[in-house]
Design a protein around this ligand. Structure first.
Ligand SMILES: Nc1nc2c(ncn2[C@@H]2O[C@H](COP(=O)(O)OP(=O)(O)OP(=O)(O)O)[C@@H](O)[C@H]2O)c(=O)[nH]1
Ligand SMILES: [Mg+2]
Ligand SMILES: [Zn+2]
Length: 307
């Protein structure tokens, strides 16, 4: 029997089979880990083969993970030197961002976009809580985000509290598996509950003091909105440590750098100090965004994202 992993809870996994049934599953005792540097062998979105559990008739066993079409991964915050697969088999990844409640930096958005580019997953930026912005603030935000639209990323503006915004979001999700990610407190679970009322995800107010989320969601979980339409709620992330991305390929994941780097004098140009660097010239004359170039330099230097 085959199914899709809809929730991973440490040792137990929830798997949905084609008949719509949910099964509690464990991993086969001698499950072979392909890559020991990954902290979670099975991720939400994985297609798996199940066999029955001889010892426990109410449970099933995951015997095999079918090849992943794609996945999105980051450096594990808990296990040093390990990476954590956020989810797999995605059609799009949506970063939920807010201006000040909590604050999402452009650097954080850039890290997410680089990750999505590296794993070839279409990325969307979803600015939530626009009900908290004045018309001037919203205009200012839209102006700032034009840059991202010109790079080819879709930017959406919603308030999760507005039913008409949720309705228009639905059309972006139809017939796809979409991942919602972003900082704690930006409203991922609120949006998921509005889209799929049976989800009943816990939500919490952000702390008054720090204007930060309180990490309410603890496990990634997938919900079905309709035939072939799934959404995945995930725990809020503080930093997005890049995993499985080599420094010498980083510039490929910035569309504006990718377009220019063929013009650099040296084919192994790192675009930091080399003579005849087309990207440095573009930076000097203002044709690429300084904040994007800064993000590139910061990722290249291996900085974490505390800005
Ligand atoms: N004003 C306003 N508040 C919102 C909106 N969306 C969510 N919130 C509130 O923001 C707070 C945090 O929402 P959650 O859905 O728990 O955030 P989350 O992203 O799931 O957070 P974690 O699970 O910790 O990662 C809650 O108090 C929500 O009611 C919005 O569009 N406008
Ligand atoms: Mg949540
Ligand atoms: Zn260069």
């Amino acid at each position: 029997m085959q199914g899709i992993v809809t929730k991973s809870m440490g040792l137990w996994y929830q798997v949905e089979t084609a008949d719509g049934q949910m099964h509690n599953c464990r991993l086969k005792g001698k499950f072979k880990l392909e890559n020991k540097k990954i902290s979670n062998p099975v991720a939400v979105g994985d297609k798996v083969r199940l066999i029955s559990d001889q010892g426990d008739s109410s449970a099933m066993i995951i015997a095999e993970i079918l090849p992943r079409e794609n996945y999105i991964i980051r450096v594990s915050p808990k296990k040093k030197g390990h990476s954590h697969i956020i989810a797999s088999n995605l059609d799009q990844a949506i970063i939920v961002a807010t201006v000040g409640t909590p604050r999402t930096s452009l650097g954080f958005i850039d890290r997410f976009l680089v990750t999505a580019e590296a794993f070839r997953i279409p990325a969307t930026i979803l600015m939530n809580k626009i009900d908290l912005l004045s018309p001037e603030e919203l205009d200012g935000l839209k102006e700032k985000m034009v840059e991202y639209e010109s790079l080819g990323y879709q930017v959406l503006y919603i308030s999760a509290l507005k039913p008409e915004d949720i309705e228009s979001l639905k059309s972006q999700l139809a017939n796809k598996t979409s991942l919602f990610t972003g900082h704690s407190g930006v409203g991922k679970s609120t949006i998921v509950n509005e889209l799929a009322p049976e989800a009943q995800q816990k939500t919490s107010e952000i702390s008054d003091f720090a204007q930060k989320g309180v990490h309410t969601t603890t496990f990634a979980e997938m919900f079905k909105l309709g035939t072939d339409t799934y959404i995945i709620d995930t725990p809020g992330i503080k930093e997005l440590g890049l995993a499985e991305i080599e420094k010498d390929e980083l510039s490929h994941y910035f569309p504006e750098l990718r377009n220019l780097m063929g013009k650099c004098k040296f084919s192994n140009c790192t675009h930091t100090h080399e003579p005849g660097c087309a990207i440095e010239t573009a930076y000097q004359d203002g044709s690429i965004s300084p904040t994007r170039y800064d993000s590139y330099l910061s990722m290249l230097a291996g900085d974490d994202n505390r800005r």
